[in-house]
Ligand binder design. Structure first.
Ligand SMILES: [Zn+2]
Length: 547
């Protein structure tokens, strides 16, 4: 996802749900291990009816679950209708049994829907939930910039349960079918592959999309608008489809052509594209871009955005990282945003050369430093419990990207990409934590990366490096004193430091606060340059000590 600065302070609607989770599962250990320890959703089948008269949606959700814990009340997430008339009203719940349907009691309170069913671990059950209402959030129903009505899912981070009954957490991934009944002027797009478009009576139609790859709710999506649809081609077998407002047809088809360039880079470096298609959709998303699986949403004016190439490269990178390999919990968001940030830089490097990468890494390094002045937290930030929008910050994006950059510099290109590809193939369609990623990179490289992962992910800040040097003319020697200062109370970082003296390269492994180096040089140097290849997340000062 790419955010606009103005929206980064928006708050999601998660607070209420955390309260009931603690109420339901008072054991905090269980809470920290699993968002919903009772069920594992296997499949969602959503039938939704949308219309042009009002913003009410009518839904039928058929959810197939694997039971993990014995219970008589199955908890799901669904926002209840509030005092302002927004939210969902459940009219009936039934279990689908071989002999027919059996109606079930339920409790719907705030953001929790409890299905009254006696179940045991290992059992599989399918329930149907009938509901309707005006979504309070999660499905944007509004007019676009041309005054035309449209429907756009916008679920990140946990806003899906405003319109879809689900387990609204990245840890629970499931396949999904959508049967969308709409006025027939709409083109409906969603995750997965298009199965059928069927005309109905009264100028209505039903569109069926099927996603056979398990998704977390944050990237489930439908879009319905008066789209013009383009199929500019396939990229190494991946069909690219672009959906733009009819009024932006010519402009949009042209500016959305980048996936044909971007996909081959990722496929060759990371592994096969994970989804049925690469759909790119002009939309009303509140974000700059949102990486919905196989149906990426971009902001309305993206068709004229000068940085559309890097925006698309970011969202497309998420198809591998964030979507196919999904972080276990929000704390590990850098595995999604840091990866998308750095993969974009690598793609741009492949097109525009190594200088473009160095320039970008410098820019992103400064962004990390600016953020540290406002908020000094490690990337693995366990303090954000409800307002996940707070995690959309330079720690998870730029510093996360920098962690990968330093890892690449340390391991070299071949081992780095080998590790990245193995991480993807190992955790594709699953969830992964930072520890999982570390293990894969250690196995790929044969290196112990404990200190590296600890210092850059679990510790806030970065080293401030001062190189003071002095040249002794009679002795023909240069003495360098390399000093690192770190945030108060922290241990010094360990890192390889590159520097040049009048263009000649030197390298030293730093572990301490103060390191001394002596070089024999025939004449007094003019210039000392630390980190010439932009390989270290640090700030630098050099001073000559004159006698
Ligand atoms: Zn992103």
């Amino acid at each position: 996802m790419i955010i606009f600065n103005k929206i980064s302070s928006m708050t999601p609607t998660a607070a209420g749900r955390i309260v009931w989770l603690i109420f339901l599962f008072p054991c905090t250990a269980a809470f920290s291990q699993s968002y919903n320890p009772v069920v594992d959703v296997l499949h969602y089948n959503y039938s939704l009816d949308i219309n042009d008269h009002d913003d009410n949606i009518t839904g039928k959700a058929e959810i197939t679950l694997l039971i993990k814990e014995k219970t008589n009340a199955i908890p799901l997430d669904l926002t209840q209708k509030n005092g302002e008339g927004k939210g969902m009203t459940v009219t009936a719940v039934e279990e689908v049994l071989p002999e027919g349907e059996q109606s079930l009691a339920f409790i719907h309170e705030k953001e929790r829907l409890l299905l009254r069913s006696n179940v045991n671990p290992g059992e599989q059950h399918t329930y149907r939930i009938f509901y309707h209402g005006i979504p309070a959030d999660g499905l944007i129903i509004s007019n676009n910039k041309f005054g035309k009505r449209g429907f756009f899912g916008d679920n990140w981070p946990n806003r899906a349960h405003n319109w879809l009954p689900c387990v609204d957490d990245p840890s629970d991934k499931a396949t999904v079918d959508y049967f969308i009944t709409s006025p027939d002027h709409y083109i409906v797009v969603a995750n997965g592959a298009l199965q059928e478009e069927k005309l109905l009576d009264n100028h209505r139609k039903q569109t069926h999309w099927k996603e056979s790859i398990p998704l977390s709710p944050k990237i489930m999506v439908i879009g319905a608008a008066d789209f013009a649809v383009d199929h500019p081609g396939d990229a190494l077998g991946v069909p690219v489809y672009n959906y733009v407002y009819t009024e932006n047809k010519d402009l949009g088809f042209k500016s959305y052509a980048w996936p044909l360039q971007i996909l081959p880079f990722y496929i060759s470096h990371i592994g096969p594209y994970p989804f049925e298609k690469c759909g790119n959709v002009q939309s009303k998303t509140r974000f700059g871009g949102l990486e919905n699986a196989g149906a990426i949403f971009y902001f309305e004016n993206s068709v004229t955005a000068p940085d559309i190439e890097s925006l698309m490269a970011h969202e497309i990178a998420h198809q591998w990282f964030g979507d196919a390999v999904t972080e276990t919990t929000w704390e590990h968001l850098w595995l999604s945003e840091g990866f998308a940030t750095y993969m974009t830089n690598c793609y741009l490097e492949s097109r525009y050369g190594p200088d473009s990468l160095e320039k970008q890494m410098r820019k992103e390094r400064n962004k990390v430093f600016e953020f540290e002045k406002k908020r000094m937290t490690p990337i693995l930030d366990t303090t954000v419990k409800t307002d996940y929008m707070q995690l959309l910050n330079p720690n998870n994006y730029e510093k996360g990207g920098w962690v990968l950059h330093m890892l690449r510099r340390r391991l070299g290109d071949s081992l780095f990409w080998k590790g990245i590809a193995t991480y993807y193939s190992t955790y594709r369609n699953k969830n992964a934590s930072t520890t999982d990623f570390k293990k894969i990179m250690e196995e790929a490289s044969g290196q112990d990366l404990t200190t590296f992962f600890h210092e850059w992910l679990e510790v806030p800040g970065h080293p401030h490096i001062t190189i003071s040097w002095h040249y002794d003319i009679p002795g023909k020697r240069m003495d360098l004193s390399i000093r690192q200062t770190v945030p108060a109370g922290q241990q010094p970082f360990s890192f390889p430091l590159e520097y040049t003296v009048d263009g000649a390269p030197y390298h030293i492994d730093i572990h301490d606060a103060n390191t001394k180096v002596r070089l024999t040089l025939r004449k007094k140097p003019v210039r000392v340059e630390p980190d010439p290849h932009v390989s270290l997340l640090a700030d630098f000062k050099t001073t000559e000590i004159k006698p």
